[in-house]
Design a protein around this ligand. Sequence first.
Ligand SMILES: C[S@@+](CC[C@H](N)C(=O)[O-])C[C@H]1O[C@@H](n2cnc3c(N)ncnc32)[C@H](O)[C@@H]1O
Length: 240
Amino acid sequence: MKFKLISLFPEMLESILSVSIIGRAVKDGKLEIEYIQLRDYSENKHKKVDDYPYGGGPGMLLKPEPVYNALLQNRSQNSKVIYMSPKGKNLTQSIVKSLAEEEEIIIIAGHYEGLDQRIIDNYVDESISIGEYVLTGGELPAAVLVDSIARMLPGVLSGEESFISESHYDILLEHPQYTRPQEFMGHKVPDILLSGNHAEIEKWRRFKSIEHTIIYRPDLIDGRDELIDEYNKLKKYFSK
Ligand SMILES: C[S@@+](CC[C@H](N)C(=O)[O-])C[C@H]1O[C@@H](n2cnc3c(N)ncnc32)[C@H](O)[C@@H]1O
């Protein structure tokens, strides 16, 4: 999979995506990331990329020409063009899963008041938001999108299936996890995790996974009565 990131601050994106798991995956050739400086596509001799909005109002908008030129010169037949925008569809794990099937994704990080609407209407396939709040620029959202997709790609995480039990992979949140020491400040790791009985551990994890969803995100399982029944049975089983 190849990502092409169009931004006024590509160094910001690179500083996030060149380290840790994603940085290693890039070095190992599991994915490619190209950083594209929007200013390089300005037709203006001063490399200006923004201008006042027609009709007045606060702030500046990114001019359409540099964004169009950057897309024209970097998109191929198989590129999917995404604009990071607070007006976009909220990013979810199921969107991430489907984007992980793409061959090439071009992400536009906006700045100032955002993009000229003609670019969004005519040259963007999808607008994606990372939440209902507004940031100063699209670099952090673009990094969030790349990270979330990249970790689904084969060979990027060390345990191939480690995302399968994670929160939001399916409807439930992840079960709680513990590591050494067995006792910390008087708080003990649940005995069952030390039992070595893998079938029982799996059953307990399923129980806790449903329980955490009920506690933290009941909205995710609204109307799923079969999960509540399963939870009540497991609760009875583990309280014996
Ligand atoms: C200050 S924002 C522009 C907000 C825009 N005027 C509006 O009200 O919808 C500048 C840029 O940050 C990015 N951005 C800000 N918040 C975002 C969010 N929640 N999700 C995705 N991108 C966001 C977008 O790329 C946007 O073009």
